[in-house]
Structure formats: C-alpha cells, structure tokens
Design a protein around this ligand. Structure first.
Ligand code: ADP
Ligand code: ADP
Length: 227
C-alpha cells in the first residue's frame, strides 16, 4: 500500500536538546501505528512534527506527495483543519460549550451551517456512545465521557490522519481501553490512519504496528511494549 504520510531523517532540537535525531516513519491509509518509548524519548515532538504543528529542523515530511516542510504557516494550518485531526491527553474541550457544541465547532469553523453541524455532531457523539450527553458541559462529565467527546470532535471533519497523543493517559485502565476501543472501531469504519503516542502496552496493543523511539531515534530492534 502507498504511504499516506512519510517522514525521512527528521531532526528537531530545542536549544541544546536533540529531541529527534533523524527519525524515519511512515503510515499507510487506514493504518493504526503506535509510537512508544520511555518518557522524554521524543514521541510528542515527532507527533507534533508529523501533524505540522512543529517545524522540523532537518529531514522531510511528505503528506500525499507534498513536502509539508515547504508549506507556509497558513497552508499547514489549512491542512490540519482539512485532512488531520488531533486528540490530546485531556481537558481539550471548551468548558463553556456543551458536548454537541464542542463537536460541532470544527464544522462551524469550516463553514457549515448551525443545524447541519449540530446534526453531524450528535451523529458522531452517538458513534462514541455519548449522544445522551449532547447538551451537557464537560464539567458535568467523567474523564472517559470527555475523551469520547474529544474523539468525536477529532473525527467530525472526517480527517485522513488522526494524531493522538496519550489519548487515554489521564484515564483509568478500563475507561482508557473503552475509549480507545470505541475509537479504533470508528476509525476502522472511516478508513482514517492513526498515529497513536502511548507508553501503555494495553493501549499500544490496539495498533497494527508499533514503532519504538529511544533517545530521539527509532529503536532498530523494534522491541517495544506489545508482545
Ligand atoms: P516524550 O513525548 O517521549 O515524553 P518529548 O517529545 O515531549 O518526549 O520530549 C523529547 C525531549 O525534548 C525531552 O528531552 C524533552 O524534555 C524535550 N522537550 C520537549 N519539548 C520541549 C520544549 N518545548 N522545550 C524544550 N525542551 C523540550
Ligand atoms: P507529554 O506527555 O506530551 O510528553 P510533557 O509533560 O513532556 O508531555 O510536555 C508537556 C508540554 O511541555 C509539551 O508542550 C512539551 O513540548 C513541553 N515540554 C516538555 N518538556 C519540556 C522542557 N524540558 N522544557 C520546556 N517545555 C517542555
């Protein structure tokens, strides 16, 4: 299968800290890849570079044969809104908005009408099993319910690639696995690819493939957290 997103020799420094020392990575359409490794090994930095949130210092990142390193800030921002979805650890919902309003937001920003956006939002909440929470605010939901809403919001624009950074990191094991299980089912239906940063074996086990980072480089032994 052709690769959707490919990183070659990606380097990223924060001052004297070499966070990425030449990382190669690729993901095919519809594939779920876990990025694992010890704290500080560069997982979040890689995800931010792949998603075009951070600019790499060296190397190349291609999305559908376009070198996103050559994109302007505005072009990368457009690409993120149209083709990518992001899901972070926790607390990313807007507290003043209801679940349905949070999920509708990316559609409204993309120019959808209110009715249409609300209808789609409720449909996505339903796919994550939380349609009954549509008119509740995040403060009235459990952590797992909030992450289901955040996952619905990441998917509502039907992105090609979802970037998930420790999406279950703030949840207990059971609700973490439930949220991820729901997400995997939905992205399989959707055919979206997922870059899943995690340090948990039970979460990495949902992926098709695992790549292991150590000290800013891909561990060639590939010995990670999944059996
Ligand atoms: P991980 O996600 O695997 O924990 P990170 O990508 O967050 O790793 O961090 C990789 C390295 O880069 C670490 O040494 C971390 O301290 C450093 N780092 C990450 N973000 C910054 C930043 N904004 N400024 C300075 N150093 C950073
Ligand atoms: P993660 O679980 O994503 O690795 P961290 O606690 O490492 O979270 O980082 C949280 C935020 O702090 C990120 O935006 C990261 O870029 C930034 N950060 C991480 N390490 C450092 C550091 N050494 N100096 C400054 N910022 C950092």
């Amino acid at each position: 299968t052709a690769h959707l997103l490919t990183a070659t020799g990606v380097q990223k420094n924060y001052g004297p800290t070499q966070a990425l020392r030449g990382v190669d990575f690729s993901i095919a359409a519809g594939e779920i890849v876990a990025v694992t490794g010890p704290s500080g090994c560069g997982k979040s930095t890689l995800l931010h570079c792949l998603a075009g949130i951070l600019r790499a210092d060296a190397g190349e990142i291609r999305y559908r044969d376009q070198d996103i390193g050559l994109f302007s800030e505005a072009a990368r921002s457009r690409l993120r809104r149209s083709d990518f979805g992001v899901l972070f650890q926790f607390g990313q919902l807007v507290p003043e908005l209801t679940a349905a309003e949070n999920v509708a937001l990316p559609l409204l920003l993309a120019g959808s009408g209110r009715q249409e956006a609300r209808k789609a939002a409720i449909g996505w909440l339903d796919r994550f099993g939380v349609a009954d929470l549509a008119d509740k605010r995040p403060g009235a939901m459990s952590g797992g319910q909030q992450q289901r809403c955040a996952a619905a919001r990441a998917l509502v624009t039907e992105p090609q690639v979802i970037f998930a950074d420790e999406p279950t990191g703030a949840l207990d094991q059971l609700s973490g696995e439930q949220v991820l299980g729901a997400m995997v089912q939905v992205v399989r239906d959707q055919g979206a690819a997922v870059v899943l940063v995690t340090h948990e074996a039970t979460i990495a086990a949902y992926a098709d493939r695992e790549i292991v980072l150590r000290d800013g480089a891909v561990d060639p032994t590939g010995l990670g957290v999944t059996p």
